[in-house]
Design a binder for this molecule. Structure first.
Ligand code: ADP
Length: 483
């Protein structure tokens, strides 16, 4: 299917229930990162449209919150089913704007849909409490109510799943959502909005505003009607949004940067650790906030691990994600390539060795060779900065306490991984790592059933799981007297 025939491909924005078509005179052009080809336009909107969407959302939210949980659940369930029915079309749009291989894009659609399914179920389980009173004639009731209008800002690395992970719990709780998708990948979010309409989501409850990040962000953070801001992106932007939201005391959900350690102890199953490293490092071409960034390998298995990993990495096939048999697509843009190159050349100048890859791919553009480096040490950029690309830097370590200290020696605390067969060590390390999520003998932790989120500069709050809906609810205490 060609893109222009897809009913899910909309060159428009959705503002308070009204579609605003892209106007060539005042629109942003979106390109395919694999080919540089034009994909389409979205309108350049700003303060006014954001305010309109928030005003409409306020009204729509009130009646949505009055519906029964079962009614809200039914709409979300229908949305979930429509997403799965259109899985291939959604995956194609995703690959075209983001670059990841089609199979991986389909995986993201299924993963993204699972948040809508999960929260369609959780919508019916928002329970309050009755607490024994402090006087004989009093009773204490606790009810949970939707927080109101939610603003959401999402990144380009998961153009579908980051939207559903926020919109699912918010809508289930009875909130309305005004979303600003990433400028590189608006079409996946717009396609979700088309399907939400088809599922019967009432008008005005879910807006998708494209355009000026600064203007949209300023309105979202300063408008008092917005009671919660949920953001996934970089720590500097998250910090700025946090600061700006202070004036209206909003609740904040922040999923920010990571610098994930991936530790392999001598007692680990090395084959399994290599498999895990392939997923934790090279999924989405290293462009996820939970990607392994620093790989700490213990002395006894250091060389064997490096050889096995680089042999596998050398077999990864790089190319246009729409072609079959491609494992890694392009990086998102030239700045991403520059960062990867800077990290590699810094490491090599300080003594690191290339085991495989190491340079821009012969395909040109933003394609990069998947890379493994050995002899990486503390003074190199890999130790302190998130690379966000397909490079596995191997640090050597000798001692358990020392590796835990190094792993925790970062401002970030999102995901960490380690491999060990020793039960006592598994508990010791899992408890000692200062991270929101720890993968033990696995390189993949994300799922709708589990709480995703970080500590320290990696963010606030949790997404997914039974905990994820709490961020969209307020607790109200009602004191009943005269009983
Ligand atoms: P990345 O480096 O991964 O693109 P960013 O944090 O820059 O991460 O972007 C994540 C999201 O935040 C995107 O949707 C982007 O447009 C948005 N964003 C960037 N700057 C601002 C801002 N000043 N106000 C609001 N949103 C912003």
């Amino acid at each position: 299917m060609v893109l222009k025939d897809s009913t899910l491909f909309r060159q428009a924005a959705l503002v308070g229930g009204q579609w605003i078509e892209a106007n060539p005179a005042n629109s942003n052009l979106i390109r395919n990162p694999a080919t540089g080809d034009k994909l389409g336009y979205v309108p350049e909107l700003g303060t006014l449209e954001t305010r309109q969407a928030i005003d409409v959302a306020r009204v729509a939210q009130k009646s949505w919150a009055r519906q029964t949980a079962k009614e809200r659940s039914n709409v979300l369930r229908c949305w979930f089913e429509l997403i799965l029915q259109h899985k291939q079309e959604l995956a194609r749009i995703l690959t075209l704007e983001q670059g990841k291989p089609l199979l991986e894009a389909e995986g993201e659609i299924v993963y993204g849909a699972s948040f809508i399914e999960w929260y369609a179920e959780e919508a019916r389980r928002v329970y309050g409490d009755i607490i024994p009173g402090h006087h004989k004639d009093k009773r204490i009731l606790v009810m949970k109510q939707p927080i109101g209008v939610v603003a959401a800002i999402t990144p380009w690395n998961f153009p579908n799943a980051m939207v559903t992970r926020k919109a699912g719990p918010a809508l289930a709780a009875g909130c309305a959502v005004v979303l600003k998708p990433a400028p590189q990948t608006p079409f996946s979010a717009l396609a979700l909005a088309v399907l939400a309409e088809q599922a019967g989501l009432p008008e005005g409850l879910f807006s998708v505003i494209t355009g000026s990040a600064v203007e949209i962000g300023a309105e979202m953070t300063s408008n008092p009607i917005v009671r919660k801001l949920t953001f996934t992106g970089s720590t500097p932007v998250g910090t700025e949004l946090y600061r700006r939201s202070a004036g209206t005391i909003k609740k904040l959900g922040l999923e920010l940067g990571g610098n994930a350690p991936f530790i392999v102890f001598d007692d680990a199953d090395v084959e399994a650790a290599v498999e895990g490293a392939m997923i934790a490092k090279f999924r989405n071409n290293g462009q996820t906030c939970v990607c392994a960034n620093r790989m700490y390998i213990q002395n006894g298995i250091y060389d064997a691990f490096g050889q096995k990993l680089s042999a596998k990495v050398a077999k990864l096939r790089v190319g246009n994600g729409l072609e079959s048999n491609v494992d890694l697509g392009p990086l998102i843009n030239a700045a991403a390539v520059q960062k990867v190159e800077d990290h590699i050349s810094d490491a090599i100048s300080k003594g690191a060795r290339v085991l495989s890859g190491g340079k821009a791919h012969s395909l040109g553009g933003t394609f990069f060779e998947p890379t493994v480096l050995s002899d990486v040490t503390v003074g190199m950029l890999f130790a302190s900065e998130e690379t966000f690309g397909p490079v596995a830097p191997l640090f050597r370590f000798a001692d358990e306490d020392d590796v835990v200290r190094q792993a925790n020696d970062t401002e970030f605390g999102l995901a960490a991984y380690f491999y060990s067969a020793d039960l006592a060590r598994v508990f010791r390390i899992a408890e000692a790592l200062e991270y929101g999520m720890v993968g033990v003998n696995t390189g993949l932790v994300s799922t709708a059933e589990a709480p995703f989120g970080g500590v320290k500069s990696s963010g606030l709050g949790r997404e997914g799981s039974k905990y994820g809906i709490d961020d969209f609810l307020e607790i109200k205490y009602v004191c009943l007297g005269g009983i």
